[in-house]
Design a protein. Sequence first.
Length: 135
Amino acid sequence: DNAPAEITLDHRTAIVGVGGEAGFLAAFSFSPELDETLFQRLALALGLVPEEAEDFREPGLGEMANVIAGNWIAEFSPPGTRTVLTPPVLVEGARDIPRIPHAIYRTVSIATEAGSLSIYLIGPKNKFDLQLNAA
């Protein structure tokens, strides 16, 4: 396995648990630029004044993670299966998550003009808490 010894979370990360006890965690790590772009678009779409808008930043990122995870599950789950998502948990600030033995890590990174998003699939989820600390 030539994977790095740790993964690095960006500015803000929304973490969603997928499936049952043997499921996995999906961490959606937003760059500062993408966070700001999504926030501005959400505030504009909801017609929020600046004083109200900041209260919607974290829930907006959590909802974005839910939309991505939900669409991914709908696309790749076998027909007739039921998959449960936990409510998203937001982790603030960049930090490193060390790899632990017997855990599986997969990463997809997306770069856009608006910023970048890294998606980490980590499992089984019973090896971590919802802030990605080893359990």
